[in-house]
Design a binder for this molecule. Structure first.
Ligand code: AMP
Length: 362
């Protein structure tokens, strides 16, 4: 793959904060970014240009593709048809295989289990007729998750007993769902791997993630996972990235169930893009997840994934971002605000990373 020179234009499908941070990283290397989004988003404020259009507007997508040199995406719910329309004109990295495997929980689970990677036991729910069999195979407690468009705990309902199943299905809009066993995990971790078109991979340090109500609150490094389990986590992520022929950053979220189990790590989900649990890499690494994603997309050599500091990233959700004045004066805090005007509850408005002197992870 020929490396694109600085001055080239990278197209980004999606206009949220991940796009914004990708653009900032790409700009540092001399690239321009052109955003395609269906609603004006925070990425548009920093992009060289942006185009507002529907993801089913083939003519507009074609015009967008004609104006750029390569295309990436910042969210996995880009319709496959939109990615295909763009791909007819310009390369899309990561490819459609990565998109397809991550936008439907059922497809994702089947794909991961076909690789013999452990996941939570699950059953498919298409209608109320499937409830009894699903409870029979998966057991309780369990979680009902919509197959599509769930994020930050949305489209997920916990079920403690069989009576709660019908109301949970109603609450989720009665759409096609998966029903999965609640995993009794010791902690949650994620692996961020960056892979280039030649198949070379590099890993960021494994992050320890803390969620509340399905929303990521903090990500910390080092994770202090035992070294053999870190190696296993990286092996799982590499296997997934290779099977997808992924180009760019791939995040794999996992439950750590502890060393007494033959398989200490269970995959929860994958994201074919830069990830919230890797935001600490902006301030604690020489080359962030955003820069490395863009390096892979434009065919540049991958940058180092080493980190120079221990770090904890905290999300600023809703009104928490109003605390910017205090955070802006705290030593060791790196503040990132996304420029969103309305602080709705549950909305990610920014994040900050606290840096500490480095310790080793195992
Ligand atoms: P997800 O949208 O699937 O990433 O879920 C968001 C969060 O909900 C996860 O990071 C976990 O904290 C929790 N969660 C999701 N699925 C399970 C599960 N099967 N067992 C236990 N906790 C879960």
């Amino acid at each position: 793959m020929q490396a694109l020179p600085p001055g080239s234009t990278i197209g980004i499908l999606g206009g949220g904060q991940l796009g914004r941070m990708l653009i900032l990283a790409a700009a540092r290397l001399g690239f321009k970014c052109h955003v395609y989004t269906d609603v004006v988003g925070t990425a548009c404020d920093v992009a060289a240009s942006s185009m507002i259009g529907a993801f089913d507007d083939g003519a507009k997508l074609a015009a967008f593709a004609a104006d750029v040199d390569v295309v990436t995406y910042e969210f996995e719910n880009v319709p496959l048809s939109a990615a295909a329309a763009v791909e007819r004109i310009k390369p899309v990295r990561p490819g459609s295989k990565s998109l397809e495997a991550s936008q439907d929980r059922l497809v994702e689970k089947r794909f991961i289990s076909e690789l013999s990677i452990p996941i939570a036991p699950f059953a498919v729910i298409d209608s109320a007729a499937d409830f009894d069999a699903a409870i029979g195979t998966v057991g309780l407690p369990a979680i009902l998750k919509t197959r599509r468009l769930g994020y930050d705990g949305k489209g997920q309902v916990r079920i403690a007993n069989a009576e709660e199943m019908a109301s949970a299905f109603d609450e989720n809009g009665r759409g096609a769902s998966v029903f999965e066993s609640v995993v009794e995990f010791a902690c949650e971790v994620s692996v961020l791997v960056v892979r280039n078109a030649a198949g070379e991979t590099r890993f960021y340090d494994i992050a320890l993630n803390h969620h509340e109500g399905g929303i990521l609150r903090t990500s910390s490094v080092p994770s202090n996972l035992p070294p053999p389990h870190q190696a296993r986590a990286r092996q799982i992520a590499e296997q997934i990235a290779t099977a997808l022929d992924h180009v760019g950053v791939l995040a794999v979220e996992m439950f750590y169930v502890g060393g007494e189990h033959s398989e200490p790590l269970i995959v929860n989900e994958i994201a074919p893009r830069v990830h919230n649990s890797g935001h600490w890499t902006i301030d604690a690494c020489q080359v962030s997840q955003f820069e490395n994603h863009m390096r892979a997309v434009v065919g540049w050599p991958l940058g180092t994934t080493d980190r120079h500091s221990d770090a904890q990233m905290s999300n600023l959700v809703g009104e928490e971002a109003n605390d910017w004045r205090r955070l802006a004066t705290e030593p060791g805090v790196c503040l990132h605000l996304y420029g969103k005007s309305e602080a709705r509850p549950g909305r990610k408005m920014g994040h900050f990373t606290r840096l500490k002197a480095q310790s080793s992870d195992g």
